[in-house]
Write a protein that binds this ligand. Structure first.
Ligand code: PEP
Ligand code: MN
Length: 342
């Protein structure tokens, strides 16, 4: 941690910061500079110490800013584990050489709808079937999902086609039910900092698919992963699904593909992009899915509906089956250039 003092900070202010650090058992390193002084704490602090010390020192007289030099997350970091984490779910590996495609409708709406979607996922060569049974909708008047009935449909259809399944749990007490039916537990963007949910998902021992909150930074995102991992469950996938936009006239969110190489550098966890929620517009999904592959993502999650015009949620961003098949072909064509298979 480095504390940068204001230009013109007095000797007494510098000494006050230094003795604050000393009082906590660390030896401050005073670095006089041109016009301003910096003070380093060359010690490995735990998360609590770091957060508390940074907050307290920020409030002291003469301090300009406090900069963290090591990361607040531990288990999710590359320092903790150098090799990429590869998560094995049934016969599917996520985070390995094979680029993973998760496809399916936003919501499980009926057996027939879900089975039709699953048939397309299967025959196009994708391996993971998505569909929400509990839906986090902006309005309480919108379709909320089929709940346990939806989970049952998902399980039955997943088994029928031999596809790995993924669906969302919205609260900690839902986790055991979701874990009973699905192979992977999704934590939605709105729930990224629902800490009791993260803890329960961690305790479940099931692989966890963690979506980035629409306004979460890298540290917050990885600290949310840390909550799951801290329970002894290291099978966490990170999903970039679009962040808050200052102009949402043309796209729903901004798919932040810039975070993909950042996450790959600082974390060993698999990174998946969701161009469906990231753009909110079906005709932009194909381009952004390909861009995600080139950016180094380990896979994509793509919404596809047998009949988007009749979808009960997110119809405007759902690919029709033929476009989903075309996308799979695009990704296969592109995969050689990035040294992967699909
Ligand atoms: C979803 O995957 O359907 C979903 C609700 O996603 P997000 O949490 O990213 O909005
Ligand atoms: Mn959706």
């Amino acid at each position: 941690m480095i504390i940068v003092m204001q230009v013109g900070a007095t000797e007494a202010q510098i000494e006050a910061v230094a003795s604050f650090i000393r009082d906590r058992g660390f030896e401050p390193l005073i670095l006089p500079g041109e016009g301003r002084t910096a003070i380093g704490i060359p010690a490995s602090l735990n998360n609590d110490q770091r957060t508390n010390i940074a907050a307290n020192i920020s409030a002291m007289e003469g301090v300009s800013r406090v900069t963290q030099t090591s990361h607040p997350y531990k288990l999710a970091s590359r320092e903790y584990k150098r090799e990429n984490t590869v998560i094995k779910v049934k016969d599917v590996e996520i985070g390995g050489n094979k680029f993973v495609v998760m496809g399916g409708p936003c919501s499980v709406e009926s057996y027939d709808q879900f089975e039709a979607a699953a048939a397309v996922v299967k025959d196009s060569g994708a391996t993971i079937l998505r569909g929400g049974a509990f839906k986090p909708r902006t309005s309480p008047y919108s379709f909320q999902g089929l709940a346990e009935e939806g989970l049952k449909i998902m399980k039955e259809v997943g088994d029928k086609f031999g596809l790995v399944t993924i669906t969302e749990a919205m609260s900690g007490d839902m986790v055991p039910l979701v874990a009973k039916y699905a192979d992977i537990i999704q934590i939605g963007a709105r729930s990224m900092q629902n800490f009791p949910l993260l803890i329960e998902a961690g305790k479940s021992g099931k692989p966890v698919f963690l979506k980035r909150g629409p306004s979460a930074g890298v540290d917050e995102f990885l600290l949310a992963a840390e909550y799951v991992m801290n329970q002894g469950n290291h099978n966490v996938m990170l999903c970039e699904r679009g962040i808050m936009a200052f102009d949402s006239t043309y796209t729903r969110n901004v798919l932040d593909l810039g975070i993909v190489p950042v996450l790959k550098e600082f974390s060993h966890l698999p990174v998946i992009a969701d161009p469906s929620h990231g753009t909110g517009v079906a005709r932009y999904v194909r381009a952004m899915a390909k861009a995600a592959m080139v950016a180094g993502a380990d896979g994509v999650m793509v919404e596809m509906h047998p009949n988007p015009k009749e979808a009960l949620s997110d119809g405007s961003q759902a690919l029709v089956p033929d476009t989903f098949r075309d996308l799979m072909n695009d990704l296969r064509g592109l995969s050689g250039y990035v040294g992967r298979t699909v």
